[in-house]
Design a protein. Structure first.
Length: 159
């Protein structure tokens, strides 16, 4: 049986070498490889004129851009400093009548959005538009007959 005498490196020497390797890798990673990033371009701004129309006079409108509240304004109003691009515009009045549309804003130009506000439509609290159809037993029914009640509609087709 042969026993070889081996010298082991002290633990502190191994840790010191590991620390040096980690420091060297950090220096390589953060030593300015490549060119610095380009500065972020300044945003381009435009103007948006909003006018809500209805069968009744509208004194003020509530305006949302991209689902963010911009505020309540006299009708019609002009919003300054709107970032150029395409935005979702939501306009509401004090009665809850509303509409959604898309608007395109261009740099240093005035965009105009004339919207018709209605209380009919697919919004919570709004009245559903009336329609007449046939039920599964081929009987005619009218949605207006169910006003004031909760109605569940299921549209399907069978052949």
């Amino acid at each position: 049986m042969v026993i070889l005498n081996s010298r082991r490196a002290p633990v502190s020497r191994i840790l010191n070498a590991g620390f040096r390797l980690a420091a060297a890798l950090c220096l390589l990673a953060f030593s300015g490889c490549g060119s610095p990033p380009e500065p972020t371009p300044a945003p381009l701004w435009g103007l948006l004129r909003v006018e809500g129309r209805s069968s009744l006079p509208i004194d003020s409108v509530i305006v949302l851009l991209d689902d963010l509240l911009q505020g309540s304004f006299a009708n019609p109003c002009t919003l300054n400093g709107v970032i150029a691009g395409t935005h979702k515009l939501t306009v509401l009045d004090s009665t809850g009548a509303r509409t959604d549309t898309m608007v395109a804003i261009r740099q240093d130009e005035l965009a105009s959005a004339v919207v018709r506000l209605t209380s009919l439509g697919p919004y919570v609290g709004n009245e559903a538009p009336n329609f007449i159809s046939r039920d599964i037993d081929a009987r005619n029914f009218e949605l207006a007959a169910y006003r004031g009640r909760v109605v569940f509609l299921s549209f399907f087709e069978y052949t």
